[in-house]
Design a protein around this ligand. Structure first.
Ligand code: HEM
Length: 154
């Protein structure tokens, strides 16, 4: 049974990797853009109104139709790569650092969901500056992850 699964994952490997990177790009696009929308929402539409409602629709669609599915797809294809025979050598430290950074990226996604829920209920408590700073987090995590998988410095 495990052997059949291993053979399937080995045969699918190039496709799994392509789908992993495609999902990563879609997820990252949302992780960069949603906090930008929060900046404009916090600064241009702090009180409930027509503009605030427009931001809410943009934010909800980005989160529900792009970011949530893309994050699940990234995890599914990433874990398929983890279980593909011969792909991951757990004795190499970069693997553990990538895993930690990916968990941090997922935690950031969940922070965005909590901030979005506050905006959606007209209860945002943070400034535009706060979301500008928050916007740097996925950039730093992404740089760290790509250096781990491509350069494998250790
Ligand atoms: C969500 C959980 C994730 C898991 C379980 C995971 C796991 C993996 C695995 C096992 C590989 C294969 C490495 C190899 O072929 O040697 C891989 C490749 C890759 N991952 Fe992830 N990954 C995840 C998220 C991410 C994220 C968030 C990014 C970028 C921000 C990312 C970027 C990449 C890239 C660029 C590659 C291709 C590396 C290559 O061509 O060899 N991954 N991932």
């Amino acid at each position: 049974m495990m052997e059949v699964l291993g053979d399937f994952l080995s045969a699918a490997y190039p496709w799994t990797k392509a789908l992993h990177v495609i999902s990563v790009i879609a997820w990252m696009a949302g992780l960069f853009y949603l906090p930008r929308l929060f900046v404009y929402h916090a600064e241009r539409a702090p009180e409930p109104g027509e503009l605030g409602e427009t931001f809410k629709v943009m934010e909800r669609r980005l989160l529900k139709f792009i970011m949530n599915p893309a994050s699940v797809a990234t995890w599914v294809f990433g874990l398929m790569l983890v279980f593909t025979p011969g792909v991951i050598d757990w004795s190499e430290p970069w693997v553990h650092l990538k895993a930690a950074l990916v968990v941090a990226m997922t935690a950031y996604h969940h922070a965005l969901v909590r901030w979005w829920m506050a905006f959606d209920a007209d209860r945002n408590r943070h400034s535009g500056r706060f979301y500008r700073l928050a916007n740097e987090v996925p950039t730093l995590l992404m740089i760290g992850i790509v250096v781990m998988v491509m350069v494998r410095p250790f």
